[in-house]
Structure formats: structure tokens, C-alpha cells
Design a protein around this ligand. Structure first.
Ligand SMILES: Cc1cc2nc3c(=O)[nH]c(=O)nc-3n(C[C@H](O)[C@H](O)[C@H](O)COP(=O)(O)O)c2cc1C
Length: 346
């Protein structure tokens, strides 16, 4: 069995049942989470022949940061349930693969400790009702060396999860979330998500931090353009791993429209959701993504193999990408253009 495919079952053996369910589940009826991977497999390739693929180069830059591989790690919470060192182990594993990661604002690790690992990282931010909390987090992230701010825009309210057992919040010990806030300092109301955001928030975040801002959760070309016009340095095409609006379209379907809307703007395009194979990465890059992010696979790999597991995940996906590129006649990421793919369901 392919190692990546074995990870979830192996992680399930190690994780409390409620945590495993929390990692894997989608919201509501689970339509979007179930469709994500299959949607990447709806594309077929039109490979080139008679091109020199004796060397294949996977290096690129993400918002100016060089990375060896176009596979990054998406922000996820509760990483201390996967590994006692949580985000520190995740960052170390990503760093060993010479990639980069986004870190959840719910992280169980302080941004100062995270910065000391040395792996390039982006802060994922939920703007919350009490803006002082958001400002405090932004300042801590800047001090910890974050290289960008990822604004999660698909969460004006948290998607409902349907649990057939105790919820994760009933079983996790204290201290595993929000390590960058003083415990007890704020009430539930302060921490609830802002539901009045407009594109102006992009400039507000950029001004406060001096960092490039990516908007995560974009699924439409018109919204991507609004983000770009408001100064976003990038967008992440995402449906939050199927955890927000259930029935939101698969990112594999949304990506071409977003990439077309941003052509020529210089706004970088990223994508996540259901990416599990090198062929999926190749499809995403051909359809206009600069790099992809993986969420759950990184949690499973961290659970099963700690930081070395995360490194192996990124290395395995990159090796699969390199192999697929050779077979498709592509020797560099720039060779991956939309004409390489056709969708078989259109
Ligand atoms: C357990 C879990 C926690 C997550 N926490 C966050 C979060 O704190 N902030 C955020 O923007 N996205 C969060 N996400 C969404 C991921 O960043 C990402 O969009 C998604 O997992 C990608 O899909 P994939 O898991 O199929 O790779 C979370 C996802 C999971 C599975």
C-alpha cells in the first residue's frame, strides 16, 4: 500500500476517537469533504512527448520565499494532539523538506517558539469580534518572524460539525489552543469570528503588519478580483477542507476561474483541498496554482511519524510530482500550463 494512503488508519490507532473524527470530518452532511479528492481526478492530461526531461526542477518561490517543492502545509489546529511538540514538530518537518507552512491562529504554540525553528511560516488569522485580540496576535506573529498573513475569509461563523460521540472540545486537555493569548483574558464573545468583514480588512492587516496578505477561502473569480483590487498579494482557493459551507464547490473546479480572473495582476494563486497525489499537484499547478497546501495528510503524518513523517509526506508527494512531470514531458514548473489538462465532466 502507498504510504500516504496508510496514514489515516495508522493515525486513528493513536488518536483519541474524538480527535480523529475532528481531523477527518467535514461540516453538515459532508458533501464537500467527500468530493474534494475525486474532483482532482476529474482531469485528464494531454502529455508532451520528445521533450528533455532528464532533469526536473521543482523549485519555486512563494510570496518571494524560495522553496524546494511546491507543496506547503495548510493551517490546522490541535497539532499537539498529533504530536506532543505540535506546531514545532510540524514546522521542523516542513523545514527539513525546504518548504513552508501556514500556522493556525488557534495554535497551541507561541509564535516566538515557532519563529525559533527557522522554517518560513505564514500566520493564518481569524479576525475576531474584539479586534484588540486580532491585533495582539498579529503583533506576536510579526515578532515571531511570520512572512505573510493568511486571512481566512470563509468563516463568518463556524461550520456545524455533526458528532456521533463526544465532541473534541469535551475531551482535549486545556492549553492546546490559542497559546498566543493569555488564558482567561477574553470571553467567548470577544473570540467569536467577525461577520462584518469587507475587502478593506486586507489593507488593515497589511498596514498593521507590513506583511503580504493572502485571502484563504476564495472560490470565485469575482471575489478573487475584489481581493486583488484591495491589495491582496495572493489568494488560496479553498473550501476549508469541506468544513465550512457544505456543498461548496470542489477547489479543483473553482481554480481555473480564479486563475483566469487574476491573470496579469501579479496576485499569486494557491489551492488546497483533497490533494493526495503528485498527479493532483501537477493538475493544480497546470490550472494556475503557484503551489498547493495539504491539511489532513500533514496531521496524519505528524501523528504517525512526528516531524520525520511530515518531511516524508512532502518528499513523497514531490517525488510523485516529479515522476508525473517526466511522464507529461515537463521539466520545470513553468511548463505546467492549462493546456496540459482537460476536464472529463464538462
Ligand atoms: C483539523 C483541521 C483544522 C483546521 N483548522 C484550520 C484553521 O485553524 N484555520 C484555517 O484557515 N483552516 C483550517 N483548516 C482548513 C485547512 O487549512 C485546509 O483548508 C484544509 O484542511 C485543506 O484540505 P485537506 O485537509 O483535504 O488537505 C483546518 C482543517 C482541518 C482538517
Amino acid at each position: 500500500m502507498r504510504w500516504i494512503d496508510s496514514l489515516e488508519a495508522a493515525a486513528a490507532e493513536k488518536l483519541p476517537e474524538a480527535v480523529h473524527r475532528y481531523f477527518r470530518q467535514g461540516s453538515a452532511g459532508g458533501i464537500s469533504v467527500a468530493e474534494a479528492t475525486a474532483a482532482w481526478s476529474q482531469y485528464r492530461f494531454r502529455p508532451h512527448v520528445l521533450t528533455d526531461v532528464s532533469t526536473v526542477d521543482l523549485k519555486t518561490t512563494v510570496l518571494g520565499t524560495p522553496v524546494d517543492v511546491p507543496v506547503l502545509v495548510a493551517p490546522t489546529s490541535l497539532q499537539r494532539q498529533a504530536d506532543s511538540d505540535g506546531e514545532l514538530a510540524m514546522a521542523a518537518g516542513v523545514g527539513a523538506a525546504h518548504s513552508a507552512l501556514a500556522v493556525s491562529s488557534n495554535a497551541g504554540t507561541t509564535f516566538a517558539e515557532l519563529g525559533a525553528v527557522g522554517t518560513p511560516w505564514w500566520l493564518q488569522i481569524y479576525v475576531v469580534k474584539n479586534r484588540d485580540i486580532t491585533l495582539k496576535m498579529l503583533d506576536a506573529a510579526v515578532a515571531g518572524g511570520a512572512r505573510a498573513v493568511v486571512l481566512t475569509a470563509d468563516t463568518p461563523v463556524v461550520g456545524r460539525k455533526e458528532n456521533d460521540g463526544p465532541s473534541v472540545w469535551e475531551v482535549i486537555p486545556p492549553g492546546q489552543l490559542l497559546a498566543n493569548l493569555d488564558e482567561g483574558e477574553y470571553g467567548e464573545d470577544d473570540l467569536s469570528k467577525a461577520d462584518d468583514l469587507t475587502p478593506d480588512v486586507i489593507g488593515w492587516l497589511a498596514e498593521r503588519t507590513g506583511l503580504p496578505v493572502l485571502v484563504k477561502g476564495v472560490l470565485r473569480g469575482d471575489d478573487a478580483k475584489r481581493c486583488s483590487d484591495a491589495g491582496a498579494a495572493g489568494v488560496i482557493v479553498s473550501n476549508h477542507g469541506g468544513r465550512q459551507l457544505d456543498g461548496a464547490i470542489p477547489t479543483a473546479q473553482a481554480l481555473p476561474e480564479v486563475a483566469a480572473a487574476l491573470a496579469g495582476t501579479g496576485t499569486e494563486v494557491y489551492v488546497d483541498g483533497g490533494i493526495r497525489r503528485g498527479e493532483h499537484v501537477m493538475t493544480a499547478l497546470a490550472l494556475g496554482a503557484r503551489a498547493v497546501l495539504v491539511g489532513r495528510p500533514a496531521l496524519w503524518a505528524l501523528t504517525v511519524g512526528g516531524s520525520a513523517g511530515v518531511t516524508r509526506l512532502l518528499t513523497d508527494l514531490s517525488e510523485e510530482l516529479e515522476h508525473a512531470m517526466r511522464l507529461a514531458g515537463a521539466s520545470a514548473l513553468d511548463d505546467l500550463t492549462p493546456d496540459l489538462c482537460v476536464s472529463i465532466d464538462r
